[in-house]
Design a protein around this ligand. Structure first.
Ligand code: GCU
Length: 678
């Protein structure tokens, strides 16, 4: 049963419809590439294995010929060169694929080799979910950047490396796993394999050789490897006493280092850079701009075709003083630091921006920086590892949150501007499109993330990045995932659907409401409740709660001015209490505890009610799951039940600590008599 975890959604369990599908699935697979490092070759292996497992049908694999009564998989180009007809084929872009299924045979063609592999996985998915039917269709990715980030602390070395904010065990890069296969099956084409908090040893000679071996393991799956860099590496690894990005010797050092990396990894994807953030060195150390810093790497990568993902998570905690400055605001930092830099980045720079202006909270508005970079490619950084969201010990299905962010209309120049249209380059006609980065942080736990149910977030991330605005709904995604991962049984599907869709609102209810952010312990691990830890420190995740009032005044008229970083229509909406949605009220406004919300409740009563509702809902989670006894295998049944019971208990701890904290601050009791001195 451990394999149930490792295979995740690629279990290829036998399906009830197997017999009726056999007509559609010939028993010869013709693979138009016999090189074992080609994703096309991998596609052939995967088809053979999947069909055998799902239908109980053994297929033989051939590497030449194009017998129409077989399953043919390859690139469009290879197929055409065998004399295959590509008339009427819908237009494909890089990584796209075309599938045609008929009683006579199956054709799976990719625009490139990776696309052929994606096509094979898509075919197997329709088979495994019982949805195979005759017909043809093409699928193209919405955005070129579909990367994951793995915050692996390579520097720990040995057999048990650690992973920053990883809740699924130790480093997988010292372990023979199948991570590349999982990622390729959801359309991921790049992985940055080390922690954004890198150090210089990442790119020393020994590590580069090790990274090359990791690249070898990912290559047959069409996944390119990237590395996070430490900005001051030249000063740490060489005789140089500077890392100034404009210094000739520093430039030469990075050029050489990059050439060295490409000599080991010819298809190296590029660099991810965290600079001038949380005490890290960067271009600002030398009074150079962030663009000058990013371009240093961009130019080193250009001759090799690589990309720089330059992170927008730039802020200086030392300058943030809550008590002396009402206008101080960490949320302002990114737009301020990038001010005036749009258009100054080399074409192979993508600015990687966390979804919200602070840090992966349960509720944040979309980062306004996306609207300030009309001439620069951007990608959104989402977190699959649930750092502030319960660390996989709590069930939080994230796609409903992602959808709200991605579909949010930023109204640039008063024109429709959903965030997806910025990421895929369509809105600004950006020279290059960006896309999606997901921080995953899997580990050696056989469930990858430490929890079977948490893996739906990784699966959904891939689908979200591939389809952009036209992705299946969060409800459809979870149903497909459940069919692949657990069962086709309607009770299993509806139960996991109900649990998953309830989970984000539930978690928000018993943690932090109204845009207050997740009220975790800011200093200790970002896990349990500690609302007091938010304020009075330079980390800037403040709530400014006092005896009478609460919330961050981010208005232009009286506050930090953050609301003014949005395009006019959105800025006006957030500027006024009357037009700010309740769920972000305390993100944008500092108000009395008795301030009325649009819902008619007071702020404090909302906080009390939400905590009781959220915790009450969490109590139902294990009970709902118990309805699946006997319908899912015992091991996964028990594993999930254990976690849901724990979550139910922990939600009570959350409820009581948050409610008591605000009662003690405000002295205002709960109208329903649950919180107060009775
Ligand atoms: C968060 C997280 C850190 C991480 C940082 C980043 O603050 O807690 O572990 O390094 O984000 O994204 O750079």
């Amino acid at each position: 049963a451990a394999e149930n975890g490792i295979d995740a959604w690629l279990r290829y369990a036998p399906i009830p419809e197997a017999n009726s599908f056999k007509d559609f699935v010939p028993s010869t697979i013709v693979v138009l590439n016999d090189s074992q490092i080609s994703p096309v070759y991998t596609a052939g292996q995967e088809l053979q294995q999947g069909i055998n497992s799902i239908l109980g049908q053994r297929c033989q694999v051939a590497y030449e010929g194009s017998d129409d009564s077989s399953i043919i998989v390859g690139t469009v180009e290879a197929y055409a060169s065998t004399g295959g007809s590509i008339d009427g084929l819908q237009e494909l872009i890089a990584d796209g694929y075309y599938i045609s299924t008929s009683a006579g045979g199956v054709l799976i063609l990719g625009e490139n080799e990776r696309g052929a592999l994606y096509g094979a996985f898509a075919f197997l998915e329709t088979l495994a979910t019982g949805n195979l039917s005759a017909g043809s269709y093409a699928s193209n990715p919405d955005a070129p950047v579909r990367w994951v980030n793995q915050w692996d602390n390579m520097r720990d070395g040995g057999t048990h490396g650690s992973v920053e904010r990883g809740y699924g065990g130790k480093s997988i890069f010292f372990w023979d796993g199948q991570y590349a296969r999982l990622l390729a099956s959801i359309g991921i084409n790049g992985i940055v394999i080390n922690n954004v908090n890198a150090n210089e040893t990442t790119i020393n000679d020994t590590n580069i050789e090790g990274v090359a071996r990791v690249a070898d393991a990912f290559r047959p799956y069409g996944i390119q490897i990237g590395l996070s860099l430490y900005f001051s590496s030249p000063a740490n690894l060489s005789h140089l006493d500077t890392f100034d990005p404009l210094n000739e010797e520093v430039i030469a050092w990075w050029n050489n280092k990059t050439t060295q990396i490409y000599s080991h990894i010819p298809d190296f994807a590029g660099y991810l850079v965290k600079a001038n953030s949380e005490g890290q060195p960067g271009p600002l150390t030398y009074n150079r701009t962030l663009a000058e810093g990013a371009n240093l790497f961009a130019r080193a990568l250009q001759p090799h075709g690589g990309t720089v993902m330059f992170r927008a998570f730039v802020y200086d905690s030392k300058t943030l003083n809550q008590t002396t400055n009402w206008k101080a605001d960490r949320a302002n930092a990114a737009v301020e630091f990038f001010d005036g830099l749009d258009g100054k980045f080399e074409d192979n720079v993508v600015i990687q921006i966390k979804y919200g202006p602070i840090d992966f909270q349960v509720r944040e508005p979309v980062s306004p920086l996306f609207t300030h970079l009309e001439n620069t490619a951007t990608s959104i950084e989402l977190q699959i590892t649930q750092e502030y969201l319960g660390q996989q010990a709590h069930l939080v299905y994230l796609p409903p949150m992602w959808r709200e962010l991605l579909d949010f209309d930023l109204r640039v120049d008063s024109q429709p501007t959903p965030l997806t249209s910025i990421l895929n380059g369509s809105r600004f006609g950006t020279k290059r499109a960006g896309g999606y980065a997901g921080v995953v942080n899997v580990g050696t736990n056989t469930t990858w993330l430490g929890s079977h149910l948490a893996m739906s977030n990784l699966y959904a991330f891939g689908k979200t990045a591939w389809y952009g605005a036209s992705a299946p709904s969060p409800s459809e995604i979870i149903d497909t995932w459940t069919r692949l991962t657990f069962s086709h049984d309607p009770t299993v599907i509806s139960t996991i659907n109900a649990l998953s869709l309830a989970s984000w609102p539930t978690y928000e209810n018993y943690t932090g409401n109204l845009g207050l952010q997740t009220l975790t312990d800011i200093l200790l691990g970002h896990y349990g409740p500690n609302p007091a830890s938010q304020d009075g420190n330079p980390w800037g995740q403040w709530t400014r709660a006092d005896g009478n009032s609460i919330g961050m005044d981010r208005t232009v008229s009286n506050g930090t001015g953050f609301a003014g970083q949005y395009p006019t229509e959105v800025a006006e909406m957030y500027e006024r209490i009357e037009t700010t949605p309740d769920e972000l009220m305390l993100w944008f406004h500092h108000v009395g505890y008795t301030q009325k919300l649009h819902s008619g409740k007071t702020v404090l009563q909302h906080i009390y009610d939400a905590h009781y509702e959220g915790a009450a809902m969490a109590q139902t989670f294990p009970v709902q799951w118990e309805g699946l006894k006997g319908l899912v295998d015992e091991e996964r049944y028990e594993h999930v039940l254990y976690r849901l019971r724990y979550q139910a208990g922990h939600s009570l701890v959350w409820r009581d600590s948050i409610c008591n904290f605000y009662f003690n601050k405000s002295g205002i009791a709960d109208e329903l008599g649950r919180v107060g001195n009775y």
